[in-house]
Design a protein around this ligand. Sequence first.
Ligand code: PMT
Length: 228
Amino acid sequence: TRVGDLAGRRVVVTAGGTREPLDPVRFLGNRSSGKQGVAIAEAARERGASVTLIAANLEVARPEGCDIRAVSTALELRDAVREAAVGADVVVMAAAVADYRPAVVSEAKLKKDPGSDDGLTLELVRNPDILAELGREPHDGTLLVGFAAETEPDAERLLELGRAKRRAKGADLLAVNRVGWTAGFAADDNVVTVVDGDDTVVAELHGTKSSVAQGILDVVVSKLAPSS
Ligand code: PMT
């Protein structure tokens, strides 16, 4: 039943983790490998979609058959998503995007102060919330799918955090993803609960990141308006 059910659709997927430079050789980053986002891009392509993958510092091979735009920082990811999202049927924000970036990026490699043993205090400024921006703007005809990466151990509270995040960001669907030292980020398997715009749980998925990707796309297909 899945074969070709995304034919004629344009799907944009973000994957990986952003890196925010401090100087020419250092960055603030996160442990997203890109596995989950790449699995979604591959699954969408297999199901017939034309796929744009916004790839932030992937630690896995780039999938075949997708239009790939490589980015590194949150600001670059934002520009690439905003451009690709125009006219897209689906945007899936699986990338782990830095909420803050260093206020100043040094042109020279930062050096220790030889005259003192003091620590270093970094000043960070907020990055834009890309999903919330897209969610706030009119996006008729574009289904917006977000993730919520949360360390909350209690299942009920985890779901409530996910619902609140979906509302705050204006996403049409949100995949609640419990993460931790060994869960979610970089792992081969994943556990995800999908909530829709009525706060209803529409899927509970666990297994390989490919099987989770297929389950998320099953929900996406069920929510898409008939194509013209
Ligand atoms: O890449 P893997 O190693 O396979 O790991 C997969 C994953 C755990 C990273 C992935 O499944 C996941 O949960 N991605 C979302 C990570 C994240 O940034 O979550 P968040 O709860 O901080 O953000 C919520 C949503 O807003 C996300 O869709 C995120 O892409 C988006 N966001 C966040 C911050 C920001 N400044 N702009 C955004 O658009």
